[in-house]
Design a protein around this ligand. Structure first.
Ligand code: SF4
Length: 266
């Protein structure tokens, strides 16, 4: 179903993450790395999870649920938070809503590595679970990242969201270089090596069963745990997503209305 234009120009995914980092992070005088967030909220996913939505991602997934204005303008979306301040807001909502899970979403949480590590430090010791949702690119591109995250493995689990099932699908869905797909797999390998709890989720709405099966075999070759724990992620048809898919002429096999997402994907 997916077809690549021979004239397409792909971007370098690690480099684009670095460029976005410069737009959405800054250092404060105390050595804290501030990062931009545009929303903090309780969300229905994972059975209930407090979520801080950060601005900016180094990929440009055509199916991304983030609104166009935030995707296109991370530098002007949201406002800067110190790690301590965003941790405080997350903990306050968790207490008020009696939720025990926390995540950062809405963009790529691992942009601003220092901020992420400082945020985890401020969240450690409260008996909560932190789910790090990432596309994996910054973790793969930085040899020390997975090891640094391992300091928080007592309360953190990493979900690496794979954009399609192979290099071809990845490049069509994100516009990034096909070879950068391997970085997503490399992130999983690095996390396993650092003994950080992790699993892959797979955006499979644009994939044939054959390509999905081939990915499962690749994951199994890395570690059978990855293939056993692979999670299926399917398209949610928010109006702005439908509009974007039409603009790109991107067809899908499976998609769900926002109020009809299968229970096992919430
Ligand atoms: S990696 Fe996630 S946040 Fe970034 S563009 Fe893709 S779906 Fe959106």
């Amino acid at each position: 179903m997916l077809g690549r234009s021979p004239s397409a120009h792909y971007y370098d995914a690690p480099q684009r993450h670095i460029a976005i980092d410069k737009l959405v992070t800054r250092m404060d005088p105390d050595g804290q790395q501030e990062k931009k967030y545009y929303r903090v909220r309780p969300a229905r996913w994972y059975g209930g999870i407090v979520t801080a939505d950060c601005s900016g991602c180094g990929l440009l997934c055509k199916f991304c649920w983030v609104k166009d204005e935030v995707m296109a303008n991370p530098a002007t979306s949201g406002r800067f938070y110190t790690p301590k301040r965003i941790a405080g807001e997350l903990l306050a909502i968790a207490k008020k809503r009696r939720l025990s899970q926390i995540r950062v979403s809405g963009g790529e949480p691992t942009i601003g590595k220092k901020h992420m590590l400082q945020l985890l430090h401020h969240l450690q010791g409260y008996g909560l679970n932190f789910i790090l949702e990432t596309n994996g690119i910054p973790i793969a591109a930085d040899v020390g990242f997975a090891k640094d995250l391992s300091a928080f493995r007592d309360f953190m689990h990493v979900r690496v969201s794979l954009k399609g099932c192979d290099e071809e699908e990845f490049s069509v869905l994100t516009g990034a270089r096909p070879e950068d797909f391997k970085l997503q797999l490399k992130a999983l390998e690095s996390l396993l090596d650092a003994k950080v709890g992790c699993h892959p989720s797979v955006m499979s709405s644009f994939s044939t069963q054959d390509s999905f099966n081939a990915l499962i075999r690749r994951l199994k070759d890395i570690d059978p745990k990855l293939s056993q724990n692979a999670e299926v992620e399917e398209l949610i048809l928010y109006p702005h997503v439908v509009k974007r898919l039409k603009k790109y002429g991107l067809a899908y096999y499976v998609g769900h209305e926002p109020d009809q997402v299968p229970a096992d994907q919430i």
